[in-house]
Design a protein around this ligand. Structure first.
Ligand code: RIB
Length: 314
């Protein structure tokens, strides 16, 4: 029987307010949108939900506001079967929110207002230590204070726990803070911002990921949207091809990749297969709208894998 991984996500929870329109308005212009969607989001929460849907036991460490969204966010974690005993309401602070704009080609633009996410402190990681210490994998992103992220990285290193860092959204930081991280997983935009190198082609991504490894990161995966993903290690770089889909909304696809990858890896799949399956899981999420509500069940992901994973993926 496949092992059920225990995954702890330390990160953000937002409410996504998504507007769909044919194009983005210019400065000073008002246009009509076609559709609006209100849903659960936040990179951390999305990754936790993806991991849960893929079959892991998942714990979330987060902070929410004392507005209408805060308790409802906790209720959403509970409804998903995610342990939310370390998700607390911060008095006098709003919940994280994300106004999102999606164009007809599925491409998105996001503004995040961090709210209570900014109150998740290193002491909160320490308070969750007994739960974190038994996790197989700790998953982190950059929507919470970076000193909390780095504190959690050090915790994972001390306890020998696999650690995945998704540097989203990109911010300036010292690479040495991520010493010992097992997987560093930016998308093209984040990889460009962090490395200062262009990432417009697979060749660019290869050069960028190899450079990041040379700077001290152990394993780098650059997610490339419709072009799949690029893995670089000290042994070289490998491009893992995509699965074609008709994308309607790419919001949360990177989170679907990270959350599902953590599970596939935790189940003991090989690195190339775990990345290929995460590519597929992320691609499937772009066929629906919204973040968490577009994530598919493990059963659906497995069925699609069986139907599509002929060579070169098999
Ligand atoms: O990665 C997508 C997520 O980014 C959205 O759910 C939004 O909340 C922002 O955090």
């Amino acid at each position: 029987m496949t092992r059920r991984p225990r995954i702890a996500v330390i990160g953000s929870a937002n409410v996504d307010l998504t507007t769909f329109s044919d194009r983005f308005p210019r400065a000073g212009e008002t246009i009509f949108g076609q559709h609006f969607d209100l849903g659960w989001g936040g990179k951390g929460a999305n990754q936790a939900v993806a991991a849960r849907l893929c079959g892991a036991d998942v714990s979330m460490i987060a902070r929410v506001g004392d507005d209408l969204f805060g308790p409802a966010t906790i209720a959403n974690f509970n409804a998903q079967g995610i342990d939310a005993s370390h998700v607390h309401v911060v008095p006098g602070v709003s919940s994280g929110v994300a106004p999102i704009f999606v164009e007809s080609n599925g491409q998105n633009r996001i503004i995040v207002v961090k709210g209570a996410n900014d109150r998740l402190r290193p002491a909160d990681v320490d308070a969750a230590a007994p739960m974190l210490a038994v996790a197989d994998c700790i998953v982190l992103q950059f929507e919470i204070p970076l000193d909390t992220v780095f504190h959690a990285v050090r915790f994972a290193r001390r306890h020998g726990i696999r650690c995945i860092v998704n540097p989203a959204p990109a911010q300036a930081f010292e690479l040495r803070e991520l010493e010992g991280v097992d997987y560093f997983v930016p998308n093209e935009t984040e990889a460009e911002a962090i490395s200062g190198m262009p990432v417009r082609t697979i060749e660019d991504a290869t050069a960028c990921a190899v450079h990041m490894v040379s700077q001290g990161l152990t394993r780098v995966i650059i997610t490339l949207g419709a072009n799949g993903a690029l893995l670089a290690t000290a042994d070289g770089a490998t491009h893992i091809p995509p699965f074609p889909v008709d994308a309607r909304d790419t919001t949360g696809a990177g989170d679907a990749f990270v959350g599902s990858f953590a599970v596939y890896l935790g189940e003991g799949l090989s690195e190339p297969e775990a990345i290929a399956r995460a590519n597929l899981y992320a691609a499937l999420s772009t066929t629906g709208i919204g973040s968490q509500k577009s994530f598919v069940t493990r059963q659906r992901a497995d069925e699609e894998w069986t139907a599509r994973a002929a060579p070169p993926h098999a």
